[in-house]
Design a protein around this ligand. Structure first.
Ligand SMILES: [Cu+2]
Length: 461
């Protein structure tokens, strides 16, 4: 494919850093946005060590395009994306297009881009797709340190439904939720315990900022939330206001679903509407969440659970004067009813805490082994059981699914998902229409667990 050199966006550190510095001065930070022009997004994106200021401290992170989080890519169905990842990291990496139903040959978790080399990802954004997706490294064994070091960015697929008056008139923002721990100005290295529990950081950041404030101009907000953390769960509640869920991982629900709390496991996304009922400042609170992490699994056996943290503010929303929120949209997407699965597959998550190894159906990941085989067009009932003592978010590449039931209860709304959290001993029943052919993977999205074996291979012919 020929590339028009002049139209390629080259993300030298300069362009994005200047953009970022400006954004940091404003009270509300948001990653720089790169938008497709005339149906094409042509982009050279370096992954490189980058000096930044994070939460008032100097830090050397690993970034995409010089910003933390990486630039937000905004595209529409049918757009052509041609992104060249330039690896300026001191080790190999690659890219995963989390949630996009694109060919596994393109979104290839088995590909390795050596240091100093580049690789071009070229694909067409699928028709009928809309929602909040993301990109991050997926090189087995290295995902956890690379993601923790800062390598993550959002990809927004716009939709004709965005033009519904109740959505178009809303004020839209992206919230990349990601934690970080710094040691000597660099991302703290993984301890042996981090490789068991999944690494969490003491800096809980929104778009790379600590406890930012958003001064809303409008009385209705549309927030796109992405949990881009390695292992931290975001259980969220907004003071004095419910949240109206309008989209899950893979796009719109059929109608808004009112929530008192929103739980986002690593890898998950949600879009919510906030409708201000009164003037004032309202904190989005991060509530404690017990995910079964172990305090001392290595040295002295199980010492019980780590104490749950107290609730703390994640960010503050300031309502405009005399707010008059928009009505809720009555109808959103029409989603297919999936019925009569042709096969049932079963996956069981397993843990060996003492060894720090993780399994699916008793086996650690082997890229040369195919664990599940199916045919394009088949509808699969996939039962995933968490046989472990910790929560594990199940993620499947390439093939979005609908959740039939979780923990024995029917799922409360129809939605396209690609990541679903399982508490200890829970079973999720998923309906998976097998889509594009090729070899892809499924795994736990606590990326330390994936790096330490909790991943398998699905081949669709
Ligand atoms: Cu896990």
């Amino acid at each position: 494919m020929r590339t028009d050199r002049r139209s390629v966006l080259k993300l030298g550190a300069g362009l994005l850093l200047s953009h970022w510095v400006r954004a940091q001065r404003a009270s509300w930070p948001e990653p720089p946005v790169l938008r497709a022009q005339e149906g094409r997004l042509l982009l050279e994106l370096p992954a490189a060590p980058t000096r930044l200021k994070v939460a008032g401290r100097e830090a050397l992170l690993w970034t995409y395009g010089g910003s933390f989080p990486g630039p937000t890519l905004r595209v529409r169905p049918g757009d052509e994306v041609r992104l060249t990842l330039v690896n300026r990291l001191p080790e190999a990496t690659n890219l995963h297009w989390h949630g996009l139903p694109i060919p596994p040959k393109v979104d290839d978790p088995f590909r390795e881009i050596p240091k100093g080399e580049a690789w071009t990802y070229a694909f067409t954004v699928p028709k009928e797709l809309a929602g909040t997706f993301w990109y991050h490294p997926h090189l087995h064994g290295k995902v956890a340190p690379q993601l923790f070091a800062g390598l993550a960015g959002a990809l927004v697929v716009e939709s004709p439904l965005d033009r519904l008056p109740e959505l178009q008139e809303a004020e839209e923002h992206l919230l990349v939720l990601k934690d970080l721990a710094l040691e000597n100005g660099q991302p703290a290295p993984h301890t042996p315990m981090d490789w068991v529990n999944g690494k969490e950081g003491d800096l809980v950041l929104v778009n790379g900022a600590l406890r930012p404030t958003l001064q809303a101009q409008k009385a209705t907000l549309r927030l796109r939330l992405l949990n881009a953390a390695n292992a931290r769960y975001f259980r969220l509640r907004l003071e004095d206001h419910p949240l109206y869920l309008i989209a899950a991982d893979g796009g719109f629900l059929e109608e808004p679903y009112e929530l008192e709390e929103l739980l986002l496991a690593p890898g998950e996304r949600a879009e919510v509407l906030v409708r201000f009922r009164k003037e004032g400042a309202f904190r989005l609170l991060l509530l404690p969440y017990e995910r079964g992490v172990h305090a001392m699994p290595m040295a002295h056996g199980m010492h019980g659970m780590a104490p749950a943290d107290q609730e703390e503010p994640l960010l503050t929303l300031v309502a405009p004067q005399n707010p008059k929120p928009l009505p809720l949209p009555l109808r959103l997407a029409r989603l297919p009813r999936l019925e009569k699965p042709q096969a049932t597959w079963r996956l069981v998550f397993g843990e060996d805490m003492m060894a720090g190894r993780f399994f699916i159906n008793g086996q650690a990941f082997d890229p040369k082994r195919v664990d599940l085989r199916g045919q394009q067009g088949q509808l699969i009932l996939l039962e995933v059981e968490n046989g472990g003592d910790m929560d594990h978010p199940f993620h499947l590449h390439t093939h979005p699914f609908q959740v039939l039931s979780l923990g024995g209860k029917p799922f409360p709304h129809r939605a396209w998902k690609d990541t679903v959290n399982l508490k200890a001993k829970e079973v999720a029943r998923l309906l998976v229409p097998l889509g594009l052919p090729g070899r892809t993977v499924f795994h736990c999205h606590i990326v330390e667990h994936e790096d330490r074996g909790m991943m398998g291979v699905l081949e669709v012919g």
